[in-house]
Design a protein around this ligand. Structure first.
Ligand SMILES: O=C(O)CCC(=O)C(=O)O
Ligand SMILES: [Fe+2]
Length: 264
């Protein structure tokens, strides 16, 4: 069923259309708020913005520019003017959403150690259910539906015991950054009006994560994460995030998503 959903981003109305069957979830929060190993560092808002070591963001940007399927694109921010058709874009994002650290020439050990030290929890780049590391380059063209619905990665079992890391590559500012709902990891499932896994289609693309349309208390009131080039947003996989509509007229936004398994 087609749904037209009203949301607030930074206090301004933003409405979006999604195809899916929505219903109220059941039970309490997925996040074990009292025992969660990440929350002592992420705090009651469930996220933090941290500085990357000097030079790291530039190195990541060079790695993205060197990806074979982006060959010939000199300014990553101009991707939308460079990609010639929707079909080509779809081929590109099929690859960019399922990368390994090695394809980017990045050392998984270096990043795992850096974030493990930050949160004080043992991490691994390998997600056991998938038996591999997964890094995603999110490419989000101006004014497009290249955004995913509001969701929690932790709604999917293989992404639940992880730390989410979101790293600006190009074009991240107050018009393009990732909207989040601070503190939303503590919201009960019963208070989220959502689809089943795999049950949401947005802009013609199916999404594996359940989409969250609204809360019992009212519309989602999201804020763009205050993270910029040179920094990273680290967050609990139970934090509601998504709907990163690119409001700029001129810049494609790219961000690199890393996930680390919590080792117990
Ligand atoms: O970059 C985006 O728009 C989505 C990011 C996301 O869903 C994630 O980092 O888990
Ligand atoms: Fe996500």
């Amino acid at each position: 069923m087609n749904q037209h959903i009203e949301t607030l981003i930074d206090g301004r109305p933003f409405s979006w259309d999604v195809k899916g069957e929505f219903s109220w979830g059941s039970g309490g929060p997925l996040c074990q708020v009292e025992q969660d190993p990440l929350l002592p560092v992420l705090g009651s808002e469930g996220y933090r913005v941290i500085d990357l070591p000097p030079g790291t963001a530039d190195r990541i940007k060079r790695s993205a520019r060197a990806l074979p399927y982006l060959d010939g694109l000199t300014e990553l921010e101009q991707y939308h003017a460079w990609v010639t058709s929707e079909a080509d874009h779809i081929e590109i994002i099929k690859i960019s959403r399922d990368l390994r650290f090695s394809q980017l020439g990045l050392d998984p050990k270096e990043f795992t150690q850096y974030f493990a030290d930050l949160v004080g929890v043992k991490l691994s780049p390998i997600l056991p259910i998938l038996d591999k590391d997964v890094v995603q380059l999110r490419i989000n063209r101006p004014g497009s539906t290249d955004y995913n619905p509001p969701h929690r990665d932790g709604s999917l079992p293989h992404l639940a015991p992880t730390l989410n890391v979101w790293i600006p590559v190009v074009g991240v500012d107050e018009t393009t950054s990732l909207p989040i709902l601070p503190g939303s990891h503590a919201i009960a499932e019963a208070d989220c009006w959502q689809t089943q896994p795999g049950g949401a289609v947005l802009g013609g693309n199916p999404y594996r994560v359940p989409a969250i349309g609204r809360l019992r208390s009212g519309p989602l009131e999201m804020v763009r994460a205050p993270v910029r080039f040179g920094q990273a947003l680290i967050f609990t996989p139970y934090l509601i995030h998504g709907l990163a509509f690119n409001k700029s007229d001129t810049k494609t936004r790219m961000a690199l998503e890393m996930r680390f398994q919590i080792v117990r």
